[in-house]
Design a protein around this ligand. Structure first.
Ligand code: ATP
Length: 592
């Protein structure tokens, strides 16, 4: 906690120093052009921050931020021209209109992924250029209010513009700082690093993406409004043009996306450089600003594809690791687990999960066909079957990652068939994946924290739950390691802790022992036994039959998508159909 507070104070100090430096520079120069430039730089920084809040954190690349910037600019301009509305009100209004536009654009576009999302976002500002042209709003000049300039945000001394734009910058960066340090920012970062895993551990991905685009739209709208005030003239191309979105994106990608300092570094390096070159050499080299941005993006792609900040951060971390030798701490499992076969637990009799005639077809292929079974509170159910039998598809249907073609899933007496994964997680279904789905740029503790939010009452409670879950799996010693740098066993334990942190009633484990050595597998099996003896209901897919026989109270066997049989492990493993389809005669002979 102390460390986090120190980091916060450090961030505030840097922001204060940046603002002071900007003000100092404008007092150091008498050149009006440079003073205006110093007023415009914070506006572009705000646009970069706005892009970062949405695209940098969530990973959904937007080529469309000019749409929000442009509506902000036109709100201020049309407000002043048509209604005499002062920009002091017009700029906040521009922020609201920017947010509304962002929401209207975001809601239908979130369905798209990757390049399709990026291209769809590009279409909005481009079409706005034509719409505003068609509306006859080609070029609008803001009237000069000579009588009472300051009341209309019009100043004779350009340094006042800088004070206003720096104020907007402070609001934007403090908002960003708050987002980054909250559940909101962590959820966005989790979405960026693995959206499916985020959904599965309770992150409402749609909600957080919507909040992000609303805030991002508000920032861009306010920046556009202020830009109109300083430029005094607005055209569709100058505020909705591709160059606006590109500038927001390049500033952030250059500095580093997904971190508060990314757009700040981009703005601090690229804007003074491009603007100074434009002022000094613009008459000799037309379009020199574009050349600076082009060169910056090429340089960054070659030398630091994730941006300057992340490059420096990685270098510093690597140096620290080589100096201290950051060897993984041994993972301690705190208490001895009881052997499962000694304590096969009685079912409570209550049905926790009911799977009713579920099918899933991919074209003509039936991955799961008319499967039905029940899981009772407190039991461990093993799901076995040959490769391609439909086990993972079944789990994906149970936690909502895919919708079944037909059939129903009832959990705790409620039909959850149409619920999204995050709602199912909130209802009490946790899961791990066949191939671990981590958030690699977060620490082990933060990964688990993401899973804790769904149940936590507040931030402190979430951290407490995360620490407790880490303790349960014996991973406390690795809490601060980056998830991208830990071993397979630790990844498996971390994913288990992430699911446990959400306090599930039913845990779905998809091949949790895959990739582990014999000792590691038995360590993890012991943890699972301990969890089960604590009353947790578990459904587990596993190919290691000995572990399954050791763990499971009951087994379900799938083959070619159909339920072959179900029953006690001793009974199932002797079933000739199961031996034929999955176990093989050798296994049967060996374990006869
Ligand atoms: P394994 O033990 O190898 O993990 P599994 O029992 O988990 O296998 P599934 O991954 O559920 O099997 O796959 C069941 C069948 O459905 C396979 O034939 C697979 O190729 C097919 N399948 C799974 N997902 C899709 C998809 N998205 N599109 C088309 N076919 C799919």
């Amino acid at each position: 906690m102390e460390k986090k507070r120190a980091a916060l104070y450090r961030s505030l100090l840097i922001i204060f120093a940046l603002v002071a430096l900007c003000l100092l520079l404008s007092f150091a120069t008498n050149n009006n052009y440079y003073r205006l430039m110093l007023a415009v730089i914070p506006i572009w920084a705000v646009l970069g921050i706005s892009w970062n809040v949405f695209s940098g954190y969530s990973g959904l690349i937007s080529f469309g931020h000019a749409a929000f910037f442009g509506v902000g600019a036109y709100t201020v301009t049309l407000g002043l021209v048509n209604f005499g509305l002062t920009p002091w009100i017009g700029v906040p209004l521009g922020a609201i209109v920017g947010a509304l536009t962002a929401g209207l654009i975001g809601i239908p576009t979130f369905r798209l992924r990757g390049v399709y999302f990026a291209l769809a976002m590009l279409a909005y500002p481009l079409s706005m250029v034509y719409v505003f042209d068609w509306l006859g709003l080609q070029e609008i000049t803001l009237p000069m209010m000579r009588e009472n300039g300051p009341a209309y945000m019009q100043f004779t001394d350009n340094r006042w513009y800088q004070v206003v734009s720096l104020s907007l910058f402070i609001v934007a960066i403090l908002t960003c700082l708050f987002i980054e340090r909250s559940r909101f920012g962590r959820s966005l970062l989790a979405i960026k690093q693995n959206e499916l895993a985020a959904e599965a551990c309770g992150v409402d991905t749609f909600k957080w993406k919507l909040y992000a685009i609303l805030i991002s739209g508000a920032m861009a709208g306010a920046a556009g409004g202020l830009f109109a005030v300083i430029q005094l003239v607005v055209t569709p191309a100058s505020v909705f043009g591709l160059v606006i979105s590109a500038q927001a994106m390049i500033l952030t990608l250059f500095g580093g996306a997904g971190i508060i300092w990314g757009p700040v570094i981009g703005a601090a390096v690229l804007l003074p450089l491009s603007e100074t070159l434009h002022a000094e050499l613009g008459h000799l080299v037309p379009g020199i600003t574009g050349m600076v941005y082009g060169a910056a993006i090429i340089l960054v792609m070659v030398l630091a594809p994730e941006g300057i900040y992340w490059r420096i951060n990685d270098l510093l971390k690597r140096r620290k690791v080589s100096e201290t030798g950051d060897a993984p701490a041994p993972v301690a499992v705190s208490s001895r687990a009881p052997a499962m076969h000694e304590t096969r637990r009685a079912r409570s009799g209550e049905v926790l999960l009911g799977v009713d005639n579920i099918s899933k077809f991919y074209g003509g292929l039936g991955a799961v066909k008319e499967v039905g079974f029940e899981i009772h509170t407190g039991e461990i159910v093993g799901v076995i079957g040959p490769n391609g039998a439909g086990k993972t598809t079944l789990f994906n249907i149970l936690n909502g990652l895919i919708q079944p073609s037909s059939g129903r899933v009832v959990f705790n007496g409620i039909d959850i068939t149409s619920l999204k994964p995050n709602r199912r997680c909130a209802a009490g279904i946790g899961r791990t994946f066949q191939v671990v789905r981590s958030f690699p740029r977060m620490t082990v503790e933060e990964n688990v924290l993401i899973g804790a939010y769904v149940r936590a009452e507040n931030e402190g409670d979430a951290w407490r739950r995360a620490a407790e879950a880490l303790g349960t799996v014996g991973l406390t010693g690795r809490a601060h390691a980056l998830a991208g740098s830990i071993s397979t066993k630790e990844l498996r334990l971390m994913e288990l802790a992430r699911a446990l942190a959400g306090d599930p009633r039913l845990l779905l484990l998809d091949e949790p022992l895959a990739g582990l050595g014999a000792d590691e597998a038995s360590e993890l099996t012991d943890i699972l036994k301990r969890l089960a003896s604590g009353g947790l209901t578990i459904a587990i897919i596993e190919h290691t039959m000995q572990a399954m026989v050791d763990l499971a109270d009951r087994m379900i066997v799938l083959d070619h998508g159909v339920l072959l049989t179900e029953g006690a492990p001793e009974q199932v493993t002797r079933d000739p159909h199961v031996i034929e389809a999955y176990l093989g005669r050798k296994w049967a002979a060996k374990h006869a």
